[in-house]
Design a binder for this molecule. Structure first.
Ligand code: GLY
Length: 394
């Protein structure tokens, strides 16, 4: 029963005032639950994320704590997290600081992180804290999944992209050459602590990349979120905290609803890959550098919408509205400028491939996605065709 609680507060050795403060903070933060039986966990959208993180980790009564972060996040936020942990009597045994960027999502980096933890005396009651963006949570979560065959971890995402997608749902892992997320494990965190104010420090390009995943969430699960982002695009881009917080909450709710009905992607979870089929291929073709993940996904969504139009699934107005919103958010939408012909050779690396069949994610209308198993050759040809054809009339 307690596994499905929205917050945990450690009470040992604490004054009643201190416990009341922590309970009040947990109560005033918005909180969602990922209901997965004994592996259920809260996603807390916290006003004071370092403090909420420290409360959550302390309630887990760890033997030791390891923080995995990147150099940029450590400089900006490392001291506040370590300070909050210290206030709860927790001193991280070691911090693994990885280089920022997708290039770090490699097995060699996971090995370095694991070696550091083992050298510092990790045991099965160790808790790993992933403090950073999507790359950090993928690496730290995978290290936690494999360290001593699995230890607990807590995600503290600092970028919009990781708040709305990477940190929630338990997908962890690394890329292998051009194969995105080819090696990894499902390993749910014990909690996700989101501090929306962190987005103020990311680059505009990185923030826009996160907005692409927000648009994806809206398309596959929340038409009202689509309306909100369309209406408030300017305030969202200026990172107005109230708008960002609402966008994060609604996007997380879409993800929680999908993950809770299909944790291991045997069906509906593939919907979260809307735009990722051609997106991942373009991202890999650019060697993870030319395009951000969100830019690649934006282009992939445009391609999926146009494929949907060709197949008579998507109406032209839906395709035009989504494309217009992506462009308004400063994301690329011009497929004709992209190396689609070369990138589509990488479609065989897609995890949704089964033999010569690939599961396409299409959109009937905003909020109404559709999965369709297609012959890979046919889908690839359609991508080539829509990349050079005129966009559908709006
Ligand atoms: N990022 C897609 C998923 O978590 O399933």
């Amino acid at each position: 029963m307690y596994a499905e609680s929205h917050a945990r507060i450690r009470t040992d050795d604490r004054s009643p005032e201190d416990i009341a403060d922590a309970a009040l903070a947990a109560w005033s933060d918005a909180s969602l639950l990922v209901p997965l039986g004994a592996r259920s966990y809260p996603v807390r959208i916290a006003v004071s994320a370092p403090r909420a993180l420290a409360d959550e980790v302390a309630a887990m009564d760890p033997s030791s704590v390891f923080v995995v972060t990147d150099a940029t996040v450590r400089e900006l936020w490392g001291a506040s997290v370590e300070g909050a942990l210290a206030e709860r009597g927790l001193r991280p045994s070691a911090a693994a600081v990885i280089a920022p960027g997708e290039q770090s999502k490699r097995l060699a980096v996971v090995e370095e992180v694991l070696s550091k933890m083992i050298a510092a005396g990790a045991d099965r009651d160790t808790v790993v804290v992933a403090h950073g963006g999507g790359v950090v949570s993928d690496i730290a979560g995978f290290a936690a999944a494999t360290l001593l065959r699995g230890v607990r971890w807590v995600a503290a995402p600092t970028t919009l992209l990781s708040m709305v997608d990477a940190a929630v749902g338990g997908k962890t892992g690394v890329d292998l050459g051009p194969a995105k997320n080819a090696v990894g494990a499902f390993h749910q965190p014990s909690a996700v602590i989101i501090g929306p104010s962190h987005v103020a420090t990311e680059s505009l390009r990185a923030f826009r990349s996160g907005l692409a995943e927000v648009v994806k969430s809206a398309c596959v699960g929340d038409a009202q979120l689509f309306e909100l982002v369309s209406r408030e695009a300017e305030r969202a881009l200026s990172r107005d905290l109230a708008v960002v917080t609402e966008i994060v909450e609604r996007s997380v709710a879409v993800k929680v609803s999908i993950v809770s009905r299909d944790e291991r992607e045997s069906g509906d979870r593939a919907l979260l890959n809307f735009g990722h089929t051609l997106g991942h291929a373009l991202e890999a073709h650019g060697n993870w550098e030319r395009l951000t993940h969100g830019e690649a996904v934006a282009l992939g969504m445009v391609a999926a919408l146009r494929v949907g139009c060709e197949l008579g699934v998507t109406d032209a107005d839906t395709a035009a509205r989504v494309t217009r919103l992506l462009a308004d958010l400063g994301l690329p939408v011009d497929l004709a400028r992209e190396p689609v012909d070369d990138a589509r050779k990488l479609l065989t690396l897609d995890k949704k491939r089964r033999g010569s069949s690939l599961r396409a994610i299409l959109l009937r209308r905003i909020g109404e996605p559709l999965l369709r198993d297609m012959d890979m050759g046919e889908l690839s040809s359609l991508f080539a065709r829509v990349a050079t054809a005129e966009p559908p009339p709006s």
